[in-house]
Design a protein around this ligand. Structure first.
Ligand SMILES: C[S@@+](CC[C@H](N)C(=O)[O-])C[C@H]1O[C@@H](n2cnc3c(N)ncnc32)[C@H](O)[C@@H]1O
Length: 219
């Protein structure tokens, strides 16, 4: 029997990508900020979740889920027939996330341990993949986006939520914001096309993407 092959080397963590400086990952010990009570007022998170139009029975991945601020509500919306894959690099978040899910009576949340270059999602498994305030931190954007393309079901969508760099009134550090043009350029360079946009949030862009079809030979 052939010896198991080590995973391919994903290459070094990037410092910049397509002219953008990549932000450093927020450490889990600062995770209390993600659960701040004013978050709903500042970000209209309920309105954002509504705009995702999650249907019962869906499989949703919350990539870079942190302590699960969005995960629990996604799980409620996907219902008992659906599931939410809570994907994180920093596994320190998982015990508290699972405790909160259990306290809310949610049994459809599964934790997935990611690496910086691989979200470790099964192929063709997700109806929706949410990256809420995460994409600007990815140290291996092309590798992660390639894996997310593979993880989407036919018709599945990727939702990118990012603080608006164009708006100086949004009180977030510059490297933790993105412009709409930069989001489009990076996603389009990695085989995605725009599938929709929700423009009603106070501080953030919410852009939806789907995998662009590979060109047919001779087409
Ligand atoms: C600013 S926090 C946002 C957390 C959560 N989405 C929220 O809105 O409350 C960004 C999270 O993305 C995670 N992250 C960064 N790169 C990642 C990767 N390649 N795969 C999985 N998680 C990642 C970080 O560990 C961090 O917890």
């Amino acid at each position: 029997m052939a010896a198991p092959q080590p995973p391919p080397d994903p290459g070094p963590a990037l410092k910049t990508y397509m002219g953008r400086t990549i932000a450093r990952t927020m450490h889990w010990s600062a995770g209390g900020w993600l659960l701040r009570t004013e978050r709903e007022r500042e970000e209209s998170t309920a309105e954002m979740l509504e705009a995702l139009e999650v249907a019962e029975g869906w499989t949703v991945a919350d990539l870079g889920c942190g302590n699960g601020y969005h995960t629990l509500e996604l799980a409620r919306r996907a219902g008992p027939a659906g599931r939410v894959l809570a994907v994180e690099l920093q596994t320190e978040y998982f015990p508290e996330l699972l405790r909160r899910a259990a306290a809310a009576g949610l049994e459809n949340v599964e934790c997935v341990v990611a690496t910086a270059a691989d979200p470790c999602l099964p192929p063709a498994s997700c109806d929706l993949i949410l990256l809420a305030d995460v994409y600007h931190e990815l140290s291996h954007p092309p590798q992660v986006l390639a894996a997310l393309r593979r993880a989407l079901r036919p018709g599945g969508r990727l939702a990118l939520l990012e603080f608006r760099a164009e708006d100086p009134e949004v009180p977030i550090k510059r490297l933790h914001k993105m412009s709409r043009a930069q989001m489009l350029a990076e996603l389009e360079a990695n085989g995605f096309e725009v599938a929709g946009e929700y423009g009603g949030l106070p501080w953030q862009h919410l852009l939806f993407f789907r995998a662009r079809e590979a060109p047919r030979p001779g087409g």
